[in-house]
Design a protein around this ligand. Sequence first.
Ligand code: AHR
Length: 498
Amino acid sequence: MTNRITINADQAAGTINRNIYGHFSEHLGRCIYEGIWVGEDSPIPNTNGIRNDVVAALKQLQIPVLRWPGGCFADEYHWKDGIGPREERKRMINTHWGGVVENNHFGTHEFMELCEMLDCEPYISGNVGSGTVQEMSEWVEYMTFDGVSPMAELRKQNGREKPWKLKYFGVGNENWGCGGNMRPEYYADEYRKFQTYVRNYGDNKVYKIACGPNDFNYEWMEVLMREATRFMDAISLHYYTVTGPTWTEKGAATGFTEDEWYTTLRKALVMDELLTRHSTIMDKYDPEKRVGLIVDEWGTWFDVEPGTNPGFLYQQNTIRDALVAGVTLNIFHDHCERVQMANLAQVINVLQSVILTEGEKMVLTPTYHVFDMYKVHQDATGLKTTVESQPYTRDGQSIPQVSVSASKDAAGSIHISLCNLDSDAAAEVEIDIRGLAASGLKVEGTELTAAIQDAHNTFNNPDSVAPNVYRAFSVEGSSIKAKLSPMSVTVLALSVEG
Ligand code: AHR
């Protein structure tokens, strides 16, 4: 049975903000320490303490924006502990994540330098839960004020003469939970107060992001939009794909069953419902869509790898994670008029990472390859697409077998990303491209797939799951017939010759 796809090459469906391809780095487990920061004296090749291999791999992804320092850590973080001579910085206990000592060696200057190396925008989360208005206000002054002021002087004393550019600033994180267990009405007032003192200095204009809801908490979205829309540029949303029935039984990252494969993808697709319903609430208060929806934490959350610290959230990453990434990014494209940024949790060694490290070794995960293949969609124009998918059925439940998204880039090339969610059956697809002045359609393809459901890359076998040239298609006029391998992510690049 064929899956029928129609792509309207002449009908735009919004711009796919490159920030949808954003990442998240928290002081959690081995994300910052070991994953990014090894220190200047490390035998691991580094520049000013930051790993060279990781920077090179992330640059290849063209990561547009990086969120820091948390997560739950953000509402316990006091930024002044992380500036000045490193050996004199305060040591604290990272109570949220494993109770380990945080030596604050990676702070504001190190993070901003990392962003400069990556050529990406910094996105900083401020502390509402255990911080003060003054502390938050001074952090923004420290980073962005170009003139004579106490914080600008302090920054200069610490070796940075010129202010940094800082656009994205989050006013708290998960303030309904780890960020203070607040009620939405209370947080809405706190947000209004804190954001007042997040100032714009010179030509630095801060894009203020309010803490939004977790998954299905529509009441939180309603209250925040009702009480604070005019004080925000965006509001966040968090959603994790958890396979198991509870947070204490989240399911294994590898060695899972066919049912768990299916459940994971079914739950990943819930993102579409969440974006639709939260956007509907936002539309009520912001019909012009001025306020962005920022999914600044998303991805799979499984049980930690056996034998690792439960507080470190270290998990393997398989072709199943690649499918979750592919379908989720396709969903973000569909909602690109409202979704202005998304940040996969987390960039290295934590949850659905694109990179894993062990000492000096580094491995790129299947999720990394999806982000690499999909980067062609960054800042491209989404194209109106319809899909008549065959069902992927298990135990009387059905989800679509195929997920699709298409965009046109500035040079006029069209890219189509296709996921076959079925782990057993190939998917026949017929793609009708309308609105192309076409003869001489040239198509090239790249595919990521595997032979077993939990195929993954290890330090000894780093290329077990890697993209390959894809040729299982034929072109006739403006129609493409393709056969998608089971459990695969494919990107087609189309150009018109002559
Ligand atoms: O990403 C891990 C944690 O998940 C973050 O610290 C928190 O914001 C969320 O609950």
